[in-house]
Structures are given as structure tokens and as C-alpha cells.
Design a binder for this molecule. Structure first.
Ligand code: NAD
Length: 283
């Protein structure tokens, strides 16, 4: 059984991105990401810290825009205000103020700045096969599978989770790779019977150790997107790796699998947005 370490791939993406960011900076463009932080939350702060560290290494400028009063009109106005500023990319973190859905808020991030593919328009463009930023996590799964040279064309791929940020866009990206895709969710009858069909199984349910040996076909590749916080400050994936490694050919660990690649892909998207802006920040 192979444990697929995402860190070398993440480092390679960061290195390539840093080289190209350096060229842009030399040409007078400072690739800039703005993270909108609607509310204080330990998991959000941890995520922000990891993006900021990686952005710093690459040479991407990262700014935080914090919502002062938590009011819902405030968040949309803040994003609209930032959209007219010098940013090349805007991401909006969660949790959101009560009464707002992520899709409603993300709809205010212009497509050219939507480096985490959060705007429903980006998802629609992805579905239509038009150029768009895909959510970094979904793209990271594809990058990991490519890097491991896992054949996707014609393969049975099962995605557990149908969220707009992970499961659905990932299903679209996998279809574009010519995989035969099945998406499972909380109402799926007999989850194990479906997941056992998978040559490639992706777990993105947000349920610690949901996937055990009984869910996995012999020799399958298992990608664990889940990040579930434990009471002692640790992280558990959706996959019970110890059990699954008895049957799978390869599994990604949590942490150290999809997560680092996600951050690297997000920052590569900022580079790409800055380049498309043609040297005019925010243009
Ligand atoms: P979500 O709660 O929005 O969606 C979870 C999905 O899983 C839903 O579609 C639900 O129907 C399905 N589900 C829940 N319980 C299930 C069950 N018992 N059986 C089958 N399906 C079930 O979550 P999300 O935002 O898509 O995130 C999923 C997980 O991925 C979370 O753990 C999250 O923290 C993690 N995540 C990781 C990264 C990363 O970069 N590694 C990025 C984003 C999200």
C-alpha cells in the first residue's frame, strides 16, 4: 500500500509558481490575494495562517479583510468594495454571518478574481466546459491523481459528498477526465455497496473515519478530502487509513495529503489571475 504524500507535489507547484511570480514582480505586478474573514474561528485562523505562510514563500502578497460588525449587508459590500481594488484574487472564508449562504455571498466575487471557484457562475462555466477557476480542493484531487499517474479515462470513480465547494465541482472535473463518476451523499442507500465499485474513491463527507475497509475495493486508490477536528486539536480524515490500507493500493493521509496541494493550487490560481489582468492590478 502506498501512502500518497501531497507535500512533494505541493512543493513542486509552489516552486514553479514562485518562479513565475518572480517574473511578474520583475515586470512591476505584485500578485495579490485578499482573504475575506467574516468571523473569528480557530479553524479559519489555522487555514489563513497556512495560506499566508505559503503565499509569503512564493512572493504573493496576501491581505486580510475582516468584517467588523458581522452584519450581512456588510459582507457583500465589503466584497464589492474589494473587487474594485488592487486584488488579483478574492477568497471568502467561513463561517458566515447567520442568514447568508456561501453561494449568495460568493456570487459577488467577479469571475476574474474568483481564484477558489466559489462564484456559482464559475461552477456553471465548469459544467459547460468553459474556462473557469475550479475550487482549489477539487482541482487538488485531480492534480494528485495525475501526479500518481492514476488512469481516469473510463475508470469508475465514486465521490462521497455532493457539496458545491468539493463534491459537485470534483465530479465535473472527473467527467472532463472521462471517468465514469458516481456521487454519493447522506441519503445514499448502502454506501459501501456503491463505493466498493470504485477504482478511485474520493471521500469528502466531513465525517471522521466514515470510510472503512468494507467500503473499498481491493487495489483501489483512495483520496481523503475530509478534515475533521478532534477535541485535542488534531485532524482526522474521512478515511480510516489503518483499516483501509489492508485493501487499497494507495491512500492519501490527513494531514499531509490533499490539504497542502489545495493551498498550492489556490496560489497558482492567484498567479494565473494576476497574469490575465495583464499587468493592471484589479484590471
Ligand atoms: P459539506 O458538509 O458541505 O458536505 C458534506 C457532503 O457529504 C454532503 O453532500 C453530505 O450529503 C455528504 N455526507 C455527509 N455524511 C455522509 C454520509 N454518512 N454518507 C454519505 N455522504 C455523506 O462539506 P464540504 O464543505 O464538502 O467538506 C467536506 C469535507 O472536506 C470536510 O471535512 C471539510 O473540512 C473538508 N475540506 C477539506 C479541504 C481540503 O483542502 N483538504 C477543503 C474543503 C473541505
Amino acid at each position: 500500500m502506498t501512502l500518497i504524500d501531497g507535500r512533494p507535489l505541493a512543493a513542486a507547484i509552489r516552486e514553479q509558481t514562485a518562479t513565475e511570480v518572480g517574473q511578474l514582480i520583475a515586470a512591476g505586478v505584485l500578485p495579490t490575494l485578499v482573504a475575506v474573514v467574516p468571523s473569528a474561528d480557530p479553524a479559519t485562523e489555522w487555514y489563513l495562517g497556512s495560506i499566508a505562510r505559503a503565499a509569503g514563500q512564493i512572493g504573493i502578497t496576501m491581505r486580510e479583510a475582516r468584517l467588523q460588525d458581522g452584519g450581512s449587508p456588510g459582507l457583500v459590500e465589503l466584497i464589492e468594495e474589494l473587487s474594485g481594488g488592487p486584488a488579483h484574487g478574492i477568497i471568502c472564508l467561513t463561517p458566515l454571518p447567520d442568514g447568508l449562504t456561501f453561494a449568495e455571498v460568493a456570487a459577488h466575487i467577479p469571475a476574474r478574481l474568483d481564484v477558489d471557484g466559489a462564484n456559482p457562475l464559475s461552477l456553471g462555466r465548469l459544467a459547460a466546459g468553459l474556462p473557469a477557476f475550479a475550487p482549489a480542493t477539487a482541482q487538488a484531487v485531480i492534480e494528485l491523481l495525475r501526479h500518481e499517474q492514476v488512469a481516469l479515462s473510463g475508470a469508475e470513480v465514486v465521490v462521497v459528498g455532493r457539496s458545491t465547494v468539493v463534491g459537485k465541482p470534483l465530479a465535473l472535473l472527473l467527467l472532463a477526465e472521462n471517468a465514469t463518476v458516481t456521487v454519493c451523499h447522506s441519503r445514499t442507500r448502502d454506501l459501501a455497496a456503491v463505493t466498493r465499485r470504485a477504482d478511485v474513491l474520493v471521500a469528502a463527507a466531513g465525517q471522521a473515519h466514515l470510510i472503512g475497509a468494507e467500503h473499498v475495493k481491493e487495489g483501489a486508490v483512495v483520496i481523503d478530502v475530509g478534515t475533521n477536528a478532534t477535541d485535542d486539536g488534531g485532524l482526522l480524515g474521512d478515511v480510516d487509513t489503518v483499516a483501509v490500507e489492508q485493501v487499497a493500493a494507495a491512500v492519501t493521509p490527513v494531514p499531509g495529503g490533499v490539504g497542502p496541494v489545495t493551498t498550492a493550487v489556490l496560489l497558482r490560481n492567484v498567479l494565473s489571475a494576476a497574469r490575465s489582468a495583464g499587468g493592471a492590478p484589479g484590471g
